[in-house]
Design a protein around this ligand. Structure first.
Ligand SMILES: *Cc1c(COP(=O)(O)O)cnc(C)c1O
Length: 434
């Protein structure tokens, strides 16, 4: 059983017998608070606007939920840091016990800077050069290879370095080709039909395959889809005798609005653990079970606080125009993502319908026909679930500064990234005589 309860005016999260104070931004006595105590308006007062705010208690809750859902001998949760790459977030994840999933050499370097041991970092790039992979080898991190061409070249030069193989299980996760990465037309991974070729390369070069990996994308709905992928990975695993881990990637869904389907982690954990343990028995050795969630760990922990510059009535609707845009949070325009929007300045206001838009000179919409407590110019709105793929996809389009980032931790609000300045915008530009 999973859910929320209110005890003595505080909100608690429970999962089975596990009860923990629920510290998401929430309405208490008609006003919004982070962590049940930090006033978002005070945070904006202190750090300015627009502002990304992350609540460490929510990250911890999600991490512990995932960890506790599985009962296997060895479980490893590698945080997919492309979701939110701030150093302080990486440090927090390390403290919680996470390893790191990285997709570029720069993410590897940030991970090392955040204090991760090289062996706790897995490098899962696609379409990068052999040279970049060799750099990762030099740094000592685990290597995950996702195409035959590189595998063959790598094996001929570095047969002594064990690698992981990214398998494409040809599963369509969630039906959205923008976020599904394990289907037949996807560029990711080596088709499981091509495993005879992989085995041939292994035999010809003497490479050791230490792990198998699959990641089908960010839309897996339920345990059964996941299990279908798992069976494919087990089938491949039977062909490789030196494995020490199986990495099932991610794809855990979190709710973005009321009524959204959320991956039932507890059910998934039970089913996968059972099947995984049985497979280990058959395989003859205990393997480690790896996951690499991004969104699941950080999405709900993030809030994006923005100010309303103008309320604009047209012939057909009321727009609320923000001091932000798709340059700061592109998911609605890029993925048709839904982010809940609340008015933290006027939570008791009479709800009206608004279309919330940004200041970028493009169609730049955060939400259409949203029912929001009456918005006045100058009000602070909160765009929720803004932890994953929001700041990390932000840009300087329209020559705007990227926002500051704040971490709420133990009741304190800590600045973890300064707002950009004109200097940052002009930093690498050279003025030439013309
Ligand atoms: C992006 C990514 C993830 C994380 O996906 P989420 O949906 O954010 O959990 C995991 N593994 C790989 C290889 C990725 O590229």
């Amino acid at each position: 059983m999973v859910g929320w309860v209110r005890l003595n005016g505080q909100i608690f999260y429970f999962c089975g017998s596990y009860l923990k104070k629920y510290k998401l931004m929430n309405l208490i006595d008609g006003r919004y608070y982070f962590s049940g105590e930090v006033d978002p308006l005070a945070v904006v007062e202190k750090h300015g606007c627009p502002l990304y705010v992350y609540d460490s208690a929510v990250i911890e809750r999600q991490f512990n939920r995932l960890r506790d859902a599985f009962s296997v001998k060895s479980l490893r949760i590698n945080y997919a840091c492309k979701a939110l790459t701030n150093l302080s977030i990486l440090k927090l994840m390390r403290k919680l016990g996470a390893g790191l999933d990285t997709v570029s050499i720069q993410e590897v370097l940030i991970g090392l800077k955040a204090g991760y041991e090289a062996r706790d970092i897995i490098y899962t790039p696609n379409c990068v050069s052999l040279e970049e992979i060799e750099e990762a080898v030099h740094l000592g991190v685990r290597i995950n290879i996702d195409n035959i061409s590189i595998l063959e070249q790598f094996g001929q030069k570095h047969a002594e370095v064990p690698v992981c193989i990214r398998v494409n299980p040809h599963i369509m996760a969630g039906g959205n080709t923008k976020i599904s990465v394990g289907h037949i037309d996807s560029k990711f991974g080596i088709s499981f039909y091509q495993m005879p070729h992989v085995r041939r390369i292994v035999e010809n070069t003497g490479l050791t395959i230490e792990g198998l990996h699959m990641h089908t994308g960010s839309g897996i709905l339920d345990a059964d889809v996941f299990l279908r992928g798992a069976e494919i990975l087990f089938n491949v695993a039977r062909e490789f005798k030196d494995l020490s881990y199986l990495d099932f990637g991610s794809g855990f869904k979190v709710p973005y609005k009321q009524g959204d389907i959320e991956t039932n982690i507890e059910e998934l954990g039970e089913k996968i653990s059972l099947r995984f343990n049985a497979f280990c028995e058959e395989y003859g050795r205990d393997l480690s079970l790896l996951f690499e969630p991004g969104k699941f760990l950080v999405s709900e922990a993030g809030s994006f606080l923005v100010k309303v510059n103008v309320v604009k009535q047209t012939t057909s609707m009321v727009f609320a125009g923000l001091d932000s845009g798709l340059n700061h949070l592109i998911r609605p325009m890029f993925y048709d993502a839904y982010h809940e929007i609340v008015n933290v300045s006027n939570p008791g206001g009479k709800p009206r319908f608004y279309t919330v838009v940004g200041y970028i000179c493009e169609t730049d919409t955060f939400g259409v026909n949203r029912r929001i407590a009456e918005i006045r110019e100058g009000d602070i709105l909160c765009i929720r679930n803004a932890g994953a793929y929001c700041f990390s996809m932000a840009s300087n389009y329209n020559s705007r500064f990227r926002p500051a980032e704040v971490l709420i931790h133990d009741g304190k609000n800590l600045l973890i990234r300064e707002r950009e300045t004109m200097e940052d915008l002009l930093k690498n530009q050279l003025e030439v005589e013309l």
